[in-house]
Structures are given as structure tokens and as C-alpha cells.
Design a binder for this molecule. Structure first.
Ligand code: CTP
Ligand code: CA
Ligand code: CA
Length: 683
């Protein structure tokens, strides 16, 4: 796989030098090298890559439509843009533009509307008139999910399997790869001295330096070193490991390109934190290597609010305490002082993070926890018939995703179905079990109708501004759900269905109840520990247009929308906690709340929600700028959860939203910092 050798020894040929006697000692021990094989996350030779598709939705449309690569194209959702290709970006077109603005900037712009489900139809489709049908259509991201899945399969097929593979799908267009074991195998094959046992039976003995003098990094963007930071030192084994990893990644990107037509950018470094920053460093179609010796210099160019988990409350706290947002300033602060001002745990964590330490695992086992399909109505709907039409679409949408999740092969199935209904500022919800044998599109529809029926019994539920259907409680390996019985509900199941558990009318109560059902630990995280907690959102009016919801979450909706629930906030404690379950458990509890839109990391669920509110309100502002028709809409929160009072409250972003990238210019238009990175995988 690795063709011409990138290693050069002192004599300029490419076989490893064989005069160990004269070589210096490496900083690394045999133990360190062995640790690579077992994905030890503290291993100093660890190698992790992050791949991010370039202008993903735009590329999908270009490939689908056979549009030449140099043509400017944007993906449109109603009057807004959700993806912009690089040729179009050179006209200063970005996701902030409306279609009209973008066309003014570039009259030749191809603007392709996303596929939609249409009221009364049972399949999503690309429609020429979608933009005018915001009232009757619902955006479908299935084309992107399918391509995302295809790319994931290409990656999994191309990399060696078994223990040598560790792949985490991080969003609809991103993956993390822990390449340590793979690189370990390649290194052992290439370097005789690394094979077998350590020479004197002492794993803690430092290895000899690699017998190579120079490494050929091909076209990789190599992050510069700071002054006097060892550019002229001989390569050590960590450089060799990163070089091998970068070859693997370059190859893989070539295969993705060849098999799917898509380009992506990548970051290669020793951990997720750095690789994620690396993949965004140079785009499109490039890869950036952050050698260990370059970490300090690389990070010092960033504002720390740009770093994973340092947005939000904690970031603000740090900025306030030290009166700066620059990593370089904070690097001067001794650990003791950080501990004193921020507490022991946070102090240590920040000290390490600023130095590029991140031992979070590449997690190939992350499974989606729930799926949601929702629509906000403009104008509100007023009849059961109208609602029923939407339930059919939701059922089809969810079932399509369940199929992707392997439900037909009996891999995983959800146990519960929930319907949320929003009327004014009241949210009503009902949920019930999905009987084991009862799982297909039709049955989901039937179950949903049943839940709606129960809600109608409460009377006075119209007009309705938002409906959302979700399934949750996934379990593994359930057999026999697709027989003829699938259409019949009998016995216990029927009784179960009839006595569907009922979350009560008032949204406040509903949430309270759900929260009470959470284990204490989850509960703490949901309400943020603060006095207000999510309750704060419950008293406010408004519901989010589903399309904003989609936009907000489209970066990570591939097989599920547990993220959606986070965005949608208060009404979805179960799902909120399921997202929590996917977050990195290794760090302090306040670290686990990443914004799916801009990668800001917030200190608590509450923080995350207010941050999302800001995004949300901002989206609405933009949308309303375009269409007077919606000018009187209340700005709002996602799905059927009341959160923000009005879009007018969208004055300033939480600190993290203003974060800027590395100082080093990448020679391309400044892009929005949206880099969704929540964890979801393909299952
Ligand atoms: N996305 C979205 N709304 C957002 C952020 C992202 O719909 N607020 C979608 C975009 O359409 C995008 C995909 O999620 O294609 C991936 O997002 P991201 O990686 O942030 O941006 P890209 O468009 O892929 O651009 P880049 O080349 O900068 O990665
Ligand atoms: Ca991308
Ligand atoms: Ca991305």
C-alpha cells in the first residue's frame, strides 16, 4: 500500500540505516511502541486522524448532477444556503447568504434545493418547486446520509480490518481514525529493529533513534515549528509514526476520491483535539500534519475558545480570570495559578489542553440512541387530517433511517415511540412501546396516529404549531419483527399500546416528569446544576421551524438525531441524556456539551441551550430578512420546545461564537466556524 519509501537515511537511499552503534537514543521506549498496538490513549506515539468532507452537501449535489468542479454551486434550503462549494466561496458566498444575495454576488451560481418530503407523498424527492413549498414540504437529508454511509463503508473496507481498525463517525461528514495499531504494524514491517522483543528484555529502555535522516512529507501541509523548536533535530519515532499515518490517510483520501468522487481534508496528529483542528487548517482537499514538536506553535495561534471543550462557561471563566483569549498568553500561566483561579480539576485540564494533551478515545462503538422527525408549521395546522398527513411522512422518514440502522437485518430496534404536539406554549406528549413484532413504516404510522388520538382526547389542541415523532430506547439484535404479524397488534401488545404511558399536558409538567425518571447523575446534567436549569426555557413562547432544526443539526443527523434533541432543548430530557451518553466521558462533566454548529463547547446543557438559542435566533433573523411573510413569526426554540422568546434577543453570541481561527492565513475566504462534531456512527 505504501509505495515509494518516504524515509531517507544519511546516504540518501531509502533502506533503514544499519549502524545502531552510532545512533542516539530516541525519546521513546519499546513500551511506548508496544502501546500503539493496543490503542493506549496515553501512548506518546499515538496517531489519530480526522477526515472532514469538503463542502459536503455541495459535493453530493455536484456529483449527483455531474456538475464540473469549477462551477460555483450552493445547496439551498428554502431561501437560505446550507452548503457552498469552494468556487462559490471565492465570490464571498457563505452560509450566511440568502439565495438572492448569493446570486447577486455570482450570477452564474447554481443553486440546488435540498430534497423534500411533501405532504401526501410517501417518498422524498428533488423538486423544482420545493423553495415555494415551505408549508407543505419537509427537508430530507437522506441523500447526504446515504452518501455519508457510503463513504464510511469505503473507509472501513479500505483500512485493514479487525484489531487494526478503529473508526468513529463524528458527524455526517467527519470521521476520526485511531491509526495507532495500523501504523504499529507498518512500522514493525518496515523497521527491522522494531520487530520482536526489546533487545535486553527491558521495555522501558529507550529505543535507538530511527536510522532515517529526513522524512518526505509529500504534499502535506506541515505545521511550522516555533523558533528554536527543533526543526533541525533528527526525526524520532513519533515523526515516523505520523509520517506513516499521513501516508495511510493520503491513500485513503485517494480511494474515497476515486470511488465516490468526493474530496476531503484531513488532520493527522497524536490525538483528536489536534487532528480536528488540523483538518480545518487547510481546505479543500489537503491534509495537515501536526508533529508533536509543532504542537505548541500550532496551538498558540488559536484563541482557546476555538479548542474543543473550551467554549462556553469554562472558556468565559478562563478569559475573565486571565483577561485574554489567546492560547499564547495562557501558556505563560503556571499550573498552580490556573488551579487557584479555576479549581484543581479544571486547572489541570486546561493546562494540559493548551499543550495539546487529549486522551479521549476514538470510539467506534457509539450507537445512535434515538431518531426524530419533526415539522414546525407556518401557518399552524388546525385539523387531525392535516396532522395525520404529517405523521405519515414522519413514519416514512424514521423508518427509512431505521432501515439504514439495520432494522431489517434485526440488528437494532427502538422500543418506544413518542409524539410531541405543540399548541401555543403548551407541549403535549404521549409515548408508548413499539411491540416487538411491530416494526415497519405502516405500523409506526399506526402507532403515531394512536398517540395523536390520545392527545386529541384532551380537547382544545388546535391550532398546532409543531409536531414531532421520535423513536428511542434502541436495543440490539431483536429477531422476527417483520412477519405478517407485523400488521397486527394483539394481546399484551395491544394492551400495552392502549395504556400508553402518558406524559402530561403542560410542557413544564411533562419535562418535570421525564426528568424525575432520569437517574440522579443524568438529572444533574440536564438541568445544568444551576437554579434555572432547563426550566428557564419552559416558560417562554415560540417553536422553532423544523427547517431550522434540520439546519442546526444537519451536520450530524446521519443515523439519528439525538443531537436534535439537544438543540431542541427542554422537552427532550431522555434524548438529551442519550447525547450525553455519547459525549466523552473522560473529562470533567462540564466538558461534554459541544455545539453541533460551530464546535463551541459549552460548560453545561443550559449553556449549550442558550448558545443554540443564539444560533437559532440568528437563523430566524436571517430567514425573516428574506421573507416578509414570516415577519410576524415568533422566534423560537427547536422542535416543540419553547426556549427563546424572540429573535430580537439575538444580540451577541456567547463568547465562543466569536472565536476566530488560527492566525496563520490559509489563503481562502474566511469561513464560518461550523464544524459539527458530535459523535454518531454508522452502526
Ligand atoms: N451543515 C448545515 N448547517 C450548518 C452546518 C453544516 O446544514 N449550520 C451541513 C452542510 O450543508 C455541510 C455539512 O453539514 O455540507 C457539513 O458541515 P461542515 O463540515 O461544517 O461544512 P462543509 O459544508 O462540509 O464545508 P467545509 O468544506 O468547510 O467542511
Ligand atoms: Ca465538511
Ligand atoms: Ca464537518
Amino acid at each position: 500500500m505504501l509505495s515509494s519509501s518516504p524515509f531517507r537515511n544519511r546516504h540518501g537511499d531509502s533502506s533503514p540505516a544499519r549502524s545502531p552503534g552510532r545512533r542516539k537514543r530516541s525519546q521513546f521506549t519499546y513500551r511506548h511502541f508496544h502501546q500503539m498496538a493496543s490503542y493506549n490513549t496515553s501512548c506518546p506515539l499515538r496517531v489519530v486522524a480526522h477526515l472532514d468532507l469538503d463542502c459536503f452537501y455541495a459535493q453530493v449535489e455536484m456529483v449527483r448532477l455531474g456538475i464540473p468542479e469549477d462551477k460555483p454551486l450552493a445547496v439551498q434550503q428554502w431561501q437560505g444556503l446550507i452548503a457552498v462549494n469552494y468556487p462559490a466561496r471565492s465570490f464571498n458566498i457563505g452560509r450566511h447568504c440568502t439565495v438572492t444575495e448569493a446570486k447577486r454576488l455570482c450570477p452564474g451560481l447554481i443553486s440546488q434545493h435540498v430534497a423534500t418530503w411533501r405532504e401526501g407523498d410517501d417518498k422524498w424527492a428533488y423538486r423544482d418547486d420545493a423553495a415555494e413549498h415551505i408549508a407543505t414540504d419537509k427537508v430530507s437529508l437522506d441523500p447526504y446520509r446515504l452518501e455519508s454511509r457510503r463513504i464510511m463503508n469505503i473507509i472501513k473496507e479500505h483500512l485493514p480490518g479487525g484489531d487494526l481498525q478503529k473508526v468513529e463517525k463524528a458527524s455526517i461528514d467527519e470521521v476520526f481514525l485511531d491509526l495507532s495499531a495500523h501504523v504499529h504494524a507498518v512500522m514493525a514491517e518496515r523497521f527491522e529493529e522494531l520487530r520482536g522483543l526489546e533487545p535486553y528484555g527491558d521495555a522501558n529502555e529507550e529505543m535507538l533513534m530511527p536510522g532515517v535522516k529526513a522524512l518526505d512529507w509529500k504534499a502535506d501541509a506541515l505545521v511550522d515549528l516555533g523558533e528554536g523548536e527543533g526543526e533541525f533535530d533528527d526525526p524520532d519515532w513519533d515523526d515516523v509514526a505520523l509520517l506513516v499515518a499521513s501516508e495511510i490517510v493520503r491513500n485513503l483520501r485517494g480511494v474515497i476520491r476515486e470511488k465516490s468522487g468526493y474530496t476531503c481534508s484531513a488532520g493527522v496528529s497524536r490525538n483528536k483535539l489536534l487532528s480536528k483542528l488540523g483538518s480545518a487548517y487547510k481546505k479543500p482537499n489537503q491534509q495537515t500534519v501536526i508533529r508533536n514538536r509543532a504542537v505548541r506553535h500550532f496551538l498558540s495561534g488559536f484563541k482557546f475558545t476555538k479548542i474543543k471543550n473550551l467554549g462556553g462557561k469554562l472558556g468565559e471563566q478562563v478569559a475573565e480570570a486571565f483577561n485574554t483569549e489567546a492560547v499564547s498568553d495562557l501558556l505563560e500561566v503556571p499550573m498552580e495559578q490556573l488551579k487557584m483561579k479555576l479549581g484543581n480539576e479544571n486547572g489541570v485540564w486546561i493546562y494540559e489542553t493548551l499543550r495539546g494533551v487529549d486522551t479521549s478515545e476514538v470510539n467506534s462503538g457509539t450507537q445512535i440512541k434515538s431518531m426524530l422527525s419533526a415539522k414546525s408549521f407556518r401557518p399552524d395546522i388546525t385539523t387531525v387530517e392535516q396532522a395525520t398527513k404529517w405523521l405519515r411522512i414522519f413514519a416514512a422518514d424514521i423508518f427509512a433511517r431505521l432501515v439504514e440502522e439495520g432494522v431489517l437485518e434485526h440488528k437494532r430496534r427502538p422500543k418506544t415511540i413518542n409524539l410531541h404536539h405543540r399548541h401555543g406554549n403548551q407541549t403535549r406528549s404521549r409515548s408508548g412501546p413499539i411491540p416487538a413484532r411491530l416494526l415497519n413504516e405502516e405500523s409506526l404510522f399506526e402507532l403515531a396516529k394512536n398517540l395523536l388520538y390520545q392527545i386529541t382526547l384532551e380537547g382544545n389542541i388546535w391550532p398546532c404549531s409543531n409536531l414531532s415523532l421520535s423513536v428511542a430506547g434502541f436495543e440490539e439484535g431483536v429477531q422476527g419483527n417483520m412477519g405478517i404479524d407485523a400488521f397486527l397488534v394483539k394481546g399484551d401488545e395491544a394492551r400495552a399500546l392502549k395504556s400508553s404511558e402518558s406524559a402530561r399536558t403542560s410542557s413544564k409538567e411533562a419535562v418535570d416528569t421525564s426528568i424525575r425518571q432520569q437517574p440522579a447523575a443524568k438529572r444533574r446534567r440536564i438541568d445544568g446544576g444551576g437554579g434555572g436549569g432547563i426550566q428557564r426555557f419552559l416558560t417562554k413562547r415560540g417553536s422553532a421551524p423544523e427547517d431550522d432544526l434540520v439546519r442546526k443539526n444537519s451536520g450530524e443527523t446521519t443515523l439519528g438525531t439525538s443531537k436534535t434533541y439537544v438543540a431542541s432543548g427542554a422537552g427532550w430530557p431522555e434524548e438529551l441524556s442519550s447525547k450525553e451518553a455519547q459525549a466523552d466521558p473522560r473529562r470533567s462533566p462540564m466538558m461534554a456539551h459541544a455545539c453541533s454548529r460551530c464546535n463551541a463547547n459549552l460548560g453545561s446543557p443550559e449553556e449549550l441551550q442558550s448558545h443554540l438559542d443564539w444560533h437559532f435566533a440568528k437563523d430566524l433573523q436571517e430567514e425573516e430578512r428574506v421573507s416578509q411573510a414570516f415577519a410576524n413569526q415568533q422566534a423560537s426554540a427547536a422542535a416543540n420546545n419553547p426556549r427563546v422568546g424572540s429573535q430580537k434577543g439575538a444580540a451577541a453570541p456567547p463568547a465562543s461564537a466569536a472565536a476566530s481561527g488560527p492566525k496563520k492565513s490559509t489563503g481562502r475566504p474566511k469561513k464560518k466556524p461550523e464544524r459539527g462534531q458530535s459523535k454518531l456512527n454508522f452502526g
